[in-house]
Design a protein around this ligand. Structure first.
Ligand code: 13P
Ligand code: 13P
Ligand code: MG
Ligand code: MG
Length: 386
């Protein structure tokens, strides 16, 4: 019998230090303590606690599969503990992402985000855990497309025979709660029509057609759609397996050499460049941004997490960071104007309705035909000149 390994990343914002910029060291210590106990009690094979911005990520290996009540309730309890620490220290937004009062079954719709991937461990199993802050799950659409569908990014799509059959992308429509699979490269153009709109359509997973294995998984929930109001940004996570018929490590990282634009940043309501950073620099400051992404590399061996390596702590990503800062300057100068600010239809799911309600009765229908631009001027003003 094959004993499958599950790699789960479960994350939540349970309080920020200072504002929404980082996680307090005491919260990290509390989470590490809980994780150590869970490994000693053999609930987990292994675990690693990491953070990006004000979000804590529990990176765990175990044998209970995805959506396991045991694993999800462990994460929920750990987030209650870190929330307790945040409350004691008066940290900002303590318990921010915990939308429910009590745990029931699994974390679906409860606030914390999760990406889980179940697999038969290969003789050598390199994986990358991506953690983001100040953005939404659609932020993974562009890099997943580049990794698994663009031969200008991934040389293996041309050079490695095991990759020629392509990959299947599982895409969620978050507004209408339905999903679809796109068989790529055959259905690339159809897929791009949807995933090019990342606020609504989100790649949930990618599967290799040749290996029949899942290669990537993302956290896809949108907090505002669950809560019906703006709570904070989703700050998604993603797992990508690499090598041996899948994109090589460098192909997995390559999309982030371009600081593409994502939704998020200040008040979750702006477009801003996605900046790849080391763990030590994963603390959004300027305008609560630019949105950050860290990449933790592990070799999984007998379920153990050998690592992490801090993969963006490398000078080859300096230019992406420089370009991100330039793009941030450019976008910031738009102030409250689109396209720096998110389009209205996105804000309609967050803060716009309150403002709309307040002034709703002051809007007056335009007369037909429309009022000329000179309406309201004294009648003599135009006449005197002619
Ligand atoms: P694989 O060994 O995974 O086929 O990768 C080849 C390689 O050289 C990547 O840089
Ligand atoms: P977080 O989602 O990281 O808590 O950020 C919220 C926010 O509004 C930042 O300006
Ligand atoms: Mg926060
Ligand atoms: Mg956050």
């Amino acid at each position: 019998m094959i004993l499958l390994i599950t790699l789960s990343i479960i994350k939540a914002d349970t309080g920020g230090f200072v504002g929404h910029s980082a996680v307090h060291p005491d919260m990290m210590a509390a989470a590490r303590h809980a994780m150590d106990r869970a490994v000693r009690s053999e609930l987990l094979i292994d675990g690693h606690v990491a953070s990006c911005g004000d979000d804590v990520s529990l990176i765990m290996t175990h044998r209970y599969g995805a959506d396991s009540q045991l694993i999800h309730s462990f994460a929920w309890d750990t987030f209650q503990t870190t929330t307790g620490v945040a409350r004691e220290l008066g940290l900002y937004g303590a318990g921010q992402d915990l939308l429910s009062d009590a745990f029931s079954g699994n974390l679906r719709g409860m606030g914390p985000g999760y990406a889980e991937l179940e697999f038969d461990e290969r003789p050598s199993e390199p994986v990358v855990c991506f953690l983001a802050d100040k953005t939404e799950p659609g932020a993974w659409n562009y890099p997943l497309y580049k990794m698994f569908a663009d031969p200008f990014n991934t040389a293996g799509l041309v050079i490695d025979a095991k990759m020629h059959a392509g990959f299947v992308f599982e895409v969620y429509d978050l507004f209408e709660e339905k999903w679809i699979c796109f068989d790529c490269p055959a259905e690339l153009y159809d897929m791009l029509m949807y995933i090019g709109a990342p606020a609504r359509y989100v790649v949930h997973g990618v599967r290799s057609k040749t290996l029949g294995e899942t290669a990537a998984a993302t956290s896809t929930q949108r907090l505002s759609l669950i809560a019906g109001r703006y709570v904070g940004k989703d700050d998604p996570v993603m797992i990508v397996r690499a090598q041996s018929g899948l994109p090589a490590l460098g192909e997995v990282l390559e999309p982030f050499a371009f600081p593409f634009t994502v939704g998020g940043c200040m008040r979750g309501s702006h477009h801003a460049p996605f900046m790849p950073v080391s763990v030590g620099h994963a603390h959004p400051a300027r305008f609560d941004g630019p949105p950050r992404v860290v990449a933790l590399g592990f070799q999984i061996h007998d379920g153990r997490l050998v690592g992490p390596r801090d993969l963006f702590a490398d000078p080859s990503f300096d230019e992406a960071r420089h370009q991100a800062n330039l793009a941030m300057d450019y976008l910031r100068r738009h102030g409250p104007f689109e396209p720096h600010r998110l389009p209205l239809e996105d804000l309609e799911y967050t803060t716009m309705p309150q403002i709309q309600a307040r002034i709703a009765d002051r809007w007056t229908p335009l007369p037909s035909p429309p009022v000329p631009a000179t309406a309201g001027r004294p009648a003599s003003a135009g006449a005197a000149k002619s």
